[in-house]
Design a binder for this molecule. Sequence first.
Ligand code: ATP
Length: 772
Amino acid sequence: LLQVEELEEKLLDQTQEVERLRSELGATDLEKQLERLLVENERLKQELKSCRESEPPTHVSVLQEVEALRKEVSRWESRAQQREQRLAEVEEELKEKSCRLEALQQQLDESRRRRTDSERQLHLRLQECEDELVRRAAAPSRVKVRKTTDEAASVLPQFVTQTVEVESADSQKAVVEMQVKNGALQEQLSAQKQLLRELETQLHESQRTCTQLRTQIHVYEGEMQRAQGQLEAEMQNLEEEKNRVIEEAFIRAESEMKAVHENLAGVRMNLLSLQPALRTLTSDYNCLKKQVQDFPSMLDKAISEAKQEICQVISDVSSTNQELLRKYKREMNLRKKCHNELVRLKGNIRVFCRVRPVSQEEQDSADNRTMLSFDSDDDAILYLSSKGKIMTFELDKVFPPQASQEEVFQEVQALVTSCIDGFNVCIFAYGQTGSGKTYTMEGVADNPGINQRALRLLFSEVTEKAPDWDYRIIVSMVEIYNETLRDLLRDNPTDKLDIKLNPDGSGQLYVPGLTEITVQSPEDINKVFELGHLNRATACTNLNEHSSRSHALLIITVSGLNSTTRTRTQGKLNLVDLAGSERIGKSGAEGSRLREAQCINKSLSALGDVISALRSRHAHVPFRNSRLTYLLQDSLSGDSKTLMMVQVSPLPGNMSESVCSLKFAQRVRSVELSSSSSKRHENSSTSSSPTHDSLDSPPVTPVPLPISRASSAGSTLSSASRTPSGSRRRSQSQLSAGKRAHSRARSCAHSAIMALTSCCRCLIHPFSSVWF
Ligand SMILES: Nc1ncnc2c1ncn2[C@@H]1O[C@H](COP(=O)(O)OP(=O)(O)OP(=O)(O)O)[C@@H](O)[C@H]1O
C-alpha cells in the first residue's frame, strides 16, 4: 500500500507537470509571438501597398528599387510562410503529444481505480476474515490447533497472534478452507504487485516521454526565438528600406512638384496673356455664329440667283453654240475652199531638192570637190557647174547638205497634217543610188526621217483633236520590185499581190489581202517599221542592193469621225522611197539586171508621165502604165497633193546622174507652174472669188506667186546670155538685181502662203479664237 501511495504521489506530480506543460503549450508566448508577427506582417503589407498607391513611380530607378523591395518582401513573406508552416507543424506535434498524455492520464486513472477496487476487496476480505476469526473465537473451541500456520502468520501477523490446537474435523476443514482462501489472497496480492510493476513501467515511460517532449519544446522554443529574431531583423531592414524609399520618393515628388508649380506659374502667365485673345475669339465666334445662322437664308437666296443666272447662261451658251456650229460648218467649207485655192496657188505637185553632204570617206578621196552651189538670197535656186558652165535649177525649195532632218520635215509637215483633213498625199524620194533617199524617208535610229516623224506628228495631231474627233490610223507597207507588189507586213512577204477594182462599185482600187495594222501609239509604229524592215531583209540576199532596185511604200490611212457634226473624213499619206534612178539611162546591163533596169525605167518614166499629165490637166492620165502609178492612182488624182523630193549627190563623179534628176524635177515643176499660172491669171481676172462671195469674212487677196521667172529645164546662164541682145538683153548686174527682187517677191509669197496655211489650220478648230 505504501508503494501504491508513493506511486500515486508520483502520478500526481507527473500529472501536474503535464498540466503545466499543456498550459504552457496551450497559450504560449510562441503562439502570441506568431500572431504578433503575422499581424505585423499584414500591417507591413498594407503599408507597402499604400506606399505603392500613394507614390506612383516617376522614375526608372525608383521603379527598379520598388521592384527589388517587392521581391525582397515576397522573399520574406515566403520565409514567414515557411515559418508559419513549421509552427503549424510544431503545434500539430504538440497536439499529438497532448493526446498521448491524455491517454496516459486515462491509463493512470484506470489503474488507480482498479487499485482502489482491489484495495476495497482486500479490506472486505480482511473484514470477513476478522469477523470469522471473532466468530470462531467466541465459539467453544473443540479444535485443538496443533500446528501454527506459518503462511498465515507471515501474511497476517497482526491478526494471527496465537497458536490454536485443532482437534476437530470441522476445525481442520476450516483451517483447510482458510488456507485455500489465504492462497487465493496471496495470488491476488501477487497480481496486484504485478500490476503495480506495470504501472511503474508505464510511469517511467511517461516520464521519459515527458523529458523528450520538454527537450523538443526547448529546441522549438530556441528555433522560434531565432526565427523571431531573424524576422524582427528583417522587419527592421524592411522598415528602414521602406522609410528610405518613402524619403526618396518624397524628395522626388517635392522636386517634381516644384517643377509643376513653375509650369503652373508659366501657364498662369500664358493664361493671362491669352485672355484678351480669347475675348477677341469669343466675339469673332459670336459674329461667325450669327453669320452661320443667317447663312441658310443667304445661301438659298444666292442659290436661287445663281440658278437664274445659270439658266440664263445656259440658254445664252446654247444659242451661242448653235451659232458657233453654224459658223463652224460654214468655216469648214470655207477652209476646204481656201485649201483648194492654196493648193492651186502653190501647185498640187511640189518639187523639193535635197543635196546630201559629202561623207567622211568621200572627203578623204581625191575627187571630193562639190560642183553644186546655192543662192544665199533664194532657197529655191540651185547652181550646178559642169565643164565651165553653170546650170541654174529653180525648184520649190532646195535643202543644202547641212539641212537637218527636222528642217526638211518642217517643210513637209503641212502636207502630212492635211491628210487628217481628208486629203490624199504622196511624198516621193527620187534620185540615184546613194543620193540619200532612204536617209530622208526612213532616217537613222537616232535621227528618224519623214516616215517616223510623219506618223508621230499624226499621232500628236489626232490626240490634240481627240475631244471632237475620233481618229483611226492604219498602216500598210509594200514593196514593188520588178513590177511585182509584195506585202511587207504579212507573214510570207514573198507572196505577190494584185491591184483590183473595188467590187463595191465606187471605182476605187484596192489590194486584196494587203495587211493593214491599226497603230495606237508610237511604240506600235516602231514595231511596224521593224517588221517591214525585217521582211524586206528576209526577201532578198543583199538588202542594200535590193533596196536600190525596188520601191518601198509606207501607206498611212487616217479615218476620222467628228462627234459633233458626225462628219467623216479619210485621208491617205503615201511615203515612197523610189528605186535608184541612175539605172534608167544605163545600157549594157544583161539578164536580171537588164530586167531590173527596164522595170525601174518603166515605173519612173510612168510616174513622170502621170505627174506631167496631172499638172497639165490632161483628160487622160496614164496610171496603168506601171504598178507604182496604178497603186497610187487614188492618191495622185483629184485634189490630192504630191511632193517630189529629188535627192542629189554633190560629187563630180555623180554629175550626169545629178543633172538627170534635176532636169526631171525641173520638167515636172515647170509643167505645174505654167498650169497654175494660167489658172491664177484666170482667177485674178475675175473681180472676186466665188468662195469669198459666199462668206461674211473679209476677202482673201490672192498671193502673188513668182510665176513669170520660170526658167526652162536645163537653162543656163550662158544660154541666157545667148538670148537676143535688143531690148531684153540685160547686163549681169541687172540680172542680179532682178534676181534679188525676184527672191524677195518669192519669199513674200512664201510667207503669205505659210500665213494662209496657218489660218486654214486655225479654222479647223471650232472654238478657235482666230477666225479667218
Ligand atoms: N542628209 C544626209 N546627211 C547625212 N548622211 C546622209 C545624208 N543623206 C544620205 N546620207 C548618207 O549617205 C549614204 C547613202 O544614203 P541612202 O542609203 O539614204 O541613199 P539611197 O539613195 O537611199 O540609196 P539606195 O537607192 O541605194 O537605197 C548613207 O550612208 C546615208 O547615211
